[in-house]
Design a protein. Structure first.
Length: 264
């Protein structure tokens, strides 16, 4: 396994945490009760596993190795990733502060919890796509097999130093437990399923919006597609901002499922 494959696998765990956070945000937005303890667990995962460990491997080891073989840092792809790390840290801090305020009795902090989480998730989603599909591919092209092996060993050492032995496994177990609560127990049986690739391309988006318009407030349908329907998400943002929810149920590599709900 290459060092970059380690980072890709960690992205899978991060994406699972993102799905769980998205579900909790939907609960808050719909006025349901929610477990602050679960948010605290996920905040710890973000700060420790995602930022301290995963981003540490990138910032302290991978990115310098890429710059050493001529991939631009400042002003180049590495610099963009570093800048996005800093931007996302701001939203993590906002999430932490809002969660603390809510725990201390400030009910209005719920809105700030959702705002910071959702903005963080939007940044992180695009960030992971760029790393998986651009930056890591550049690394695989330019770094020798020996350098990948060296980075792999250095990653393991950094992980032990930053988060300790066994922490990786504990975080994955925590995610499995939360997945059982927030993902596996979702009942999709009563939700209409729309299979996008069976609809002619020119009629696809109009049909999806037609189904959305027919929804009662608080209900949803499942969109199934053979690629990420991200352009549709942007269209919903432009035309139905504040009126819809968007939750990935499955995110590739061959099948994408999205629960699209009407919130207003």
């Amino acid at each position: 396994m290459k060092a970059t494959d380690v980072l890709r696998e960690e992205h899978d765990a991060v994406r699972l945490a993102m799905r769980i956070l998205d579900r909790i945000c939907t609960q808050i937005e719909e006025g349901e009760s929610f477990e602050t303890a679960h948010l605290e667990q996920l905040l710890d995962f973000i700060r420790t596993f995602t930022d301290k460990c995963h981003h540490g491997k990138e910032e302290d080891l991978l990115f310098p190795a890429m710059e050493a073989v001529g991939i631009p840092g400042e002003g180049g792809p590495v610099g963009v990733m570093l800048s996005e790390h800093e931007t996302m840290r701001g939203y993590i801090q906002g999430f932490a502060e809002a969660l603390n305020n809510y725990a201390n009795g400030d009910e209005s902090a719920k809105d700030r919890i959702v705002e910071n989480i959702r903005t963080y998730l939007n940044w992180l989603d695009g960030h992971i796509d760029k790393e998986n599909n651009i930056l890591f591919m550049m690394a695989d092209t330019h770094l020798s097999a020996d350098k990948q092996d060296e980075l792999y060993d250095a990653f393991e050492q950094l992980e032990t130093e930053r988060i300790g032995d066994g922490a990786h496994e504990r975080y994955h177990e925590m995610l499995r437990e939360l997945k059982a609560i927030y993902i596996d127990n979702i009942d999709n049986g009563d939700a209409e399923k729309l299979i996008a690739w069976k609809i002619p391309p020119r009629k696809r988006h109009p049909k999806i919006f037609e189904v959305f318009e027919d929804l009662e407030s608080g209900s949803s349908f499942i969109l199934e597609n053979d690629h990420d329907p991200k352009p549709l998400y942007y269209q919903f943002q432009m035309e139905r901002e504040g009126e819809f929810s968007w939750e990935y149920i499955q995110k590739g590599p061959e099948l994408w499922q999205v629960r699209i709900g009407k919130t207003a």
